[in-house]
Ligand binder design. Structure first.
Ligand code: ADP
Ligand code: MG
Length: 246
């Protein structure tokens, strides 16, 4: 349901993604692993078009955009594709001057033009889902990192995206707080949310994902089921990298 074909991205003369193919079946969870600088964040940003690839195509559901060297794409298609994706960042990126509830409601009201009452209702449902309804009126700065990330997940889910993109969602958290975020993501996976997450966290990559993709230097070196990639890596570079994970 999400298909990337031959995605290329370079910054100036520096090639960062060298022709990536990736298929995310509906309801599947894919972990993107690889060394720092291998292009994981850039790839995630190419899915929701925070970065525009210079070549290849991105398809989310019915919406497909073909990129070429000219970069002429309809604004309409770009917005349509962005609406199908939700993004969770390593550092949460909540709006500091808005309450928890306002953070989750905001996009529904300003972008999707929902009424405040409807947006509040949906936001509260999502906050209950991530175990944060009791903090609806709190300010982000008063929350733990794990709580902030759970709110950020609720916010990303608010417009009912077809895919949730997570960029190292537990990397900024102590193990205990990371655990509560892992639990929320595990529950979403069980409910059939399609997810693509860049992570160094084996609890996410080995236990929640059905597919693992190892990226190095802008190319997919190896991919497969977690048991295969972590247990019997075929490529020596994968084996080296996997041995560094905890
Ligand atoms: P990862 O998430 O795997 O650590 P990134 O996608 O962040 O990797 O970065 C891949 C490469 O692209 C790095 O060499 C990084 O310096 C470069 N890069 C990322 N974003 C930009 C940018 N906006 N401008 C220039 N270079 C960038
Ligand atoms: Mg990154």
């Amino acid at each position: 349901m999400i298909r990337l074909s031959q995605i290329q991205k370079h910054f100036g003369a520096h090639p960062v993604l060298k022709g990536i193919d990736l298929l995310l079946p509906a309801g599947s969870v894919t972990a993107l692993i690889g060394p720092s600088g291998s292009g994981k964040s850039t790839l995630l940003r190419c899915v929701n078009l925070l970065e525009m690839p210079q070549h290849g195509s991105v398809q989310v559901g019915e919406t497909r955009i073909d990129f070429d060297h000219r970069g002429q794409h309809s604004r309409h298609a770009i917005l349509a594709l962005r609406r199908q994706t939700g993004m969770v960042f390593q550092n949460f990126q909540l709006f500091p001057h808005r309450t928890v509830l306002q953070n989750v409601m905001e996009g529904l009201v300003t972008v999707q033009k929902w009424s405040r009452d409807q947006a509040r209702e949906r936001a509260m449902t999502l906050l209950e889902k991530v175990g944060m309804a009791h903090k609806a009126d709190a300010w982000p700065a008063t929350l733990s990192g794990g709580q902030q990330q759970r709110v950020a997940i609720a916010r990303a889910l608010a417009p009912a995206p077809q895919v949730l993109l997570c960029d190292e969602p537990t990397s900024a958290l102590d193990p205990e707080l990371a655990g509560e975020v892992v639990e929320v993501l595990r529950q979403l996976a069980q409910e059939g949310m399609t997810m693509l997450m860049a992570t160094h966290d084996l609890r996410l990559a080995a236990n929640i994902a059905q597919h693992v993709v190892f990226l190095e230097d802008g190319a997919v070196i190896e991919s497969g089921a977690p048991d295969a990639v972590f247990g019997q890596p075929r490529h020596p570079r994968t084996a080296d990298f996997v041995s560094t994970l905890t």
